[in-house]
Design a protein around this ligand. Structure first.
Ligand code: ADP
Length: 184
């Protein structure tokens, strides 16, 4: 499933983000960049120890990464230009600024990717695993944030040509397909 917004191709892909092909993948990390379960675990396993070592260096340099913020490492042995580790909000019922923080994860990651001159980037469904953000609302925020980002960028400041939402779970993929259909 694909749709164009301005000159940027948005696509929904079902599967494992470590198998995607492109410049940068986003990791749904924790504040300490310690690696963990879910997509974080999959990325660290597939990319090898170097990613954890670079995460430790970031931790030593700047301390925790705050929710909504992001940090950049290499991709270790994975074939990407780098990994953008962003920290999603832990869902606490919706009154703890979770929506704004999740939107920030997308805009911060996209800004970082653009600063690196990325032509393509893939996002997992940030926050919807152990952090428990409701899937449908999270997808809506993801698509809205990405579309807004594209529309607000001028062509000269926009290296990105392809943005993928990589959904590990079929129900998330279905939600994203429906949302992108409505962007046509
Ligand atoms: P969070 O802590 O932000 O909730 P999780 O990793 O627990 O992060 O879950 C985020 C999303 O990543 C979930 O939808 C989960 O199904 C998905 N996920 C898990 N493994 C992978 C993977 N290998 N590739 C892409 N997405 C994945």
């Amino acid at each position: 499933m694909q749709v164009h917004i301005e000159q940027v191709l948005l696509e929904v892909i079902e599967g494992d983000i470590t198998r995607w092909q492109g410049d940068y993948i986003v990791n749904a990390a924790n504040s300490g960049l310690y690696g963990g379960g879910g997509v974080d675990g999959a990325i660290h396993r597939a990319g090898g120890r170097r990613i954890a070592e670079e995460c430790a260096a970031i931790r030593q340099r700047q301390g925790k990464v705050l929710p909504g913020d992001a940090a950049l490492t290499s991709a270790g042995s994975l074939p990407f230009r780098g990994i953008i580790h962003t920290v999603g909000p832990i869902w606490k019922g919706g009154s703890a600024n979770e929506t704004a923080v999740l939107a920030e994860c997308y805009s911060t990651s996209l800004n970082l990717a653009c600063a690196e001159g990325a032509q393509s980037i893939a996002f997992p469904n940030i926050g919807t695993g152990v952090y428990n953000f409701p899937k449908s609302a999270a997808a809506q925020i993801a698509v809205t944030s990405v579309v807004r980002f594209i529309r607000e960028k001028t062509a000269a400041n926009m290296p990105l040509k392809r943005i993928a939402f990589v959904c590990f779970e079929p129900d998330n993929a279905a939600i994203y397909r429906e949302l992108l259909e409505s962007c046509r």
